[in-house]
Ligand binder design. Sequence first.
Ligand code: ADP
Ligand code: MG
Length: 285
Amino acid sequence: MSAAPGSTGPVVELSGGAVAIAGRPILRGIDLTVPAGEFLALMGANGSGKSTLVRALTGLHPLAAGSLRLFGTPYDDFHDWRRVGYVPQRGSAASGVPASVWEVVASGRLTHRPLFRRLGRRDRAAITDALEVVGLADRAGDGVSTLSGGQQQRVLIARALAGEPELFFLDEPTAGVDLPNQHVLADSLATLSGRGATVVLVAHELGPMATLVDRAVVMRDGRITYDGPPLTHDQAHEPELSARVALAHVDDLDPGHHHDHETVARHDHAPHVASPLDRPAEEDR
Ligand code: ADP
Ligand code: MG
């Protein structure tokens, strides 16, 4: 991961961020700065707003309020999406897609080349490297649908890695993934982090990732209630956390707003930063 010159400042700066969906406030008063090279764990209960925040930071959800800078550039002027990788929260996306592992990972190079240009040697090297990082080089020619859930998740990570992002968002990459696969993921992220990339990892449970984490941010009801040193699982899920750390701005919380655990149809659709398997496989390999 070649950190571009001048990328040593914060790579994410959101202040006063708010997101509303269908008129309903989902996120409020979000201040989040992520320095280059940090490994940040974004934690919190289901429905607390983690995925919405990640989508806001990748420009997939418009901000209702607040200002966002990426790599020091105001969001409206930021176009260098190749520097950003995103692995969405897994839905039904990966199942039954008749693409090979190699094709899916190759699609992660899209932003690196002009439209319709064939993959060059540099692209192929990045794809091979990404497959090696996630331990799937030997499965390159296999159909994605023949892989286990955990392996499919690694394909999605390799896809984002192939773009050689400097800032990498992963939304619950370990959910539903067995422990051996979680360890491979942790190793992959350690490699990425060791190359200097900034990682924002959404995780309900950190598992083997715990040792990689520099900083934890905990969300609750669309707000950040903790921002500080890494937490144990129990600490992150402690109900009194927000009161103890006193970071929550509870004064203006909407009393009618209860966080819910309902499952909502999600649009894991990423125009530039990635929704992996939602478009036809690249034809030119
Ligand atoms: P988390 O990722 O922490 O589980 P989300 O960001 O997915 O939380 O959701 C935060 C809140 O926003 C929840 O109340 C959820 O129901 C709501 N929400 C998320 N996406 C949508 C959507 N597309 N339409 C309506 N409500 C949504
Ligand atoms: Mg989520």
